[in-house]
Design a protein around this ligand. Sequence first.
Ligand SMILES: [Mg+2]
Length: 294
Amino acid sequence: MTLVSLLAGACASQPAIVASAPPPAVAAEAGPQTHNGDYWLYASAEGSVATRQAYKALVDYAVAAAKNRPQSSVILEAGANPTGSDPVSFVPCGNKPLAAVFDADETLIWNIPPRRDNVFHNDSKFDAKVWDAWERTGAGHAPAIPGAAEAMAALRAAGITPIANTNRTAAHAAGAEATLKAAGLGDFVHGETLFLSGDDTLKGNKDGRRATIASLYCVIAMAGDQLGDFSNAFNDASLTAAQRRAAATAGPASALWGRGWFLLPNPSYGPWDSKLKFDDVYGTDPWVPTEGVK
Ligand SMILES: [Mg+2]
């Protein structure tokens, strides 16, 4: 029997099996079990409740604030340092139109496909080439974060303009506009309601873009998943994790959380990740389980 006839015979003897066989298991669908942050954020009920809760609080706050024409934006004036000990000041509103400012990634939209690629093909690390392609071609593949689309609609209905200030690159402005639009978040227009890295010379430092936005609008609410979405001072590399945490929770701008500044949960990635060490997380308390433990 030749090889050809052997194969033909094999095929002829198992046509039903071939036709009815389930698709081969894709190992990627099982996924590694080591990314609790991703699991919680992108798929858990708790994660979706947390984002909806944050957006509900933001809209309630902003709509109420809009009725009283606040005198100041929630954007810090140049030189104001929320990680220092001096009081901070905010950009005056004047008669500027009302706006709310949002980070985009893991604030307005979730970037699940590139994260999935990182997990399976880059040891879970960020891959700049994958991200570049995602910025250009990801429209229609990035879902709006739960609660975000409803919040954008509610803000617009209340006369508050949503503005995105993101570190996606200005070179891919069309991709950013299309991605936000396809997610159901409405229109964000580069240079008007969409501000990108490369719009000024400060790269990933959003302070300059925030100043530009505050010169045009009275910003009554801001949201992001990282502290740099509120002030670049929180990104000071000299701050330890403990100092950064203390500045954010007890510093001169800390009263703004929930009252103008709104943090979206992101246990998947962020600047906190590289600063924290084992003892920062688990401490050094000497307690060990003894009572009732064999
Ligand atoms: Mg973000």
